[in-house]
Design a protein around this ligand. Structure first.
Ligand code: FPP
Length: 255
């Protein structure tokens, strides 16, 4: 269901956290008989537009899946090209991010990322650390099972060292042990290019997230597509396991 116009949508119907699986760069390039990196380069323009528009709409968290653990298996020239693009993105966007109050955040196995790219990322992380209006998280060298495994190992070590009681472990303990510790769970997940998969992205955090799949290939993803996804989200009833009647009654009780 579509809930109308983005500019008249009440604040409380906006998602607080949007996560995006940016897919289809390769197909977009193939349609133009160009190589895959050509698609990724154009994908950067779509990233820029999505960040600007989320900031304009006062979305507090945007999380982009830019490089998965599985992506390491791609041809070395594509992998090297993607890192070059990422390095250039964090360098060229720094001023705009800072001027607009956007803090950069990165999740994933950053230690695997080439040193010069890591240094450029670290610089932008430091330079935007005081920004308070939006958090832009880029998932790099990221795998959700890897994140969960790391958290489980960390908790197991703490139990062994007797600084944590195994019976006291609850959902919050796990939330706090993940790389997304200080973020709300995504309200809306967007996947481009028409694929209905989660692809090892934020498996724990997406438990109650609304999913919007669009056939648009990522380099063509524009603010119009973003608005369509947000309006689709706004038209959904999020029940968190309750019945529709319970939700309506709860809303009435809250006034
Ligand atoms: C998926 O398309 C996209 C990627 C693996 C990389 C996404 C990276 C960018 C958009 C550029 C850098 C990002 C940032 C945040 C600066 P695909 O290659 O799997 O497309 P296909 O499925 O059509 O082959």
């Amino acid at each position: 269901m579509n809930a109308g116009n983005i500019d008249t949508l009440p604040r409380e119907r906006f998602p607080r956290h949007i996560a995006i699986i940016m897919d289809g760069n390769g197909r977009w390039a193939a349609e133009r008989r160009r190589n895959r990196l050509f698609g990724h380069r154009h994908g950067i323009n779509a990233v820029r537009e999505a960040v600007r528009e989320c900031r304009r709409l006062n979305i507090s968290h945007l999380t982009l899946y830019a490089f998965s653990m599985e992506n390491w298996k791609r041809p070395p020239t594509e992998v090297a090209g993607l890192w070059r693009l990422l390095k250039s993105y964090v360098q060229t966007e720094l001023k705009e991010l800072r001027d607009n109050g956007v803090r950069l955040n990165v999740i994933g196995r950053v230690e695997l990322i080439p040193k010069d790219v890591r240094d450029a990322i670290d610089y932008t992380l430091r330079e935007t650390a005081a920004c308070r209006d939006m958090v832009l998280t880029i998932a790099l060298s990221y795998g959700s099972r890897d994140e969960i495994l790391t958290a489980v190992r960390d908790l197991a070590r703490r139990v062994k060292a007797e600084s944590l009681d195994a019976d006291a472990i609850d959902e919050q303990t796990i939330d706090r042990a993940l790389w997304t510790a200080d973020m709300p769970d995504p309200d809306l997940l967007i996947r481009t290019s028409g694929e209905f998969r989660i692809s090892n992205f934020l498996l724990w955090q997406l438990a109650y997230t609304e999913i919007h799949v669009t056939p648009t290939l990522w380099p063509d993803f524009s603010k119009k597509d973003l608005h369509a996804a947000i309006l689709d989200f706004a038209g959904r009833e999020r029940r968190f396991g309750l019945t529709g009647e319970q939700i309506k009654k709860g809303m009435k009780d809250e006034g």
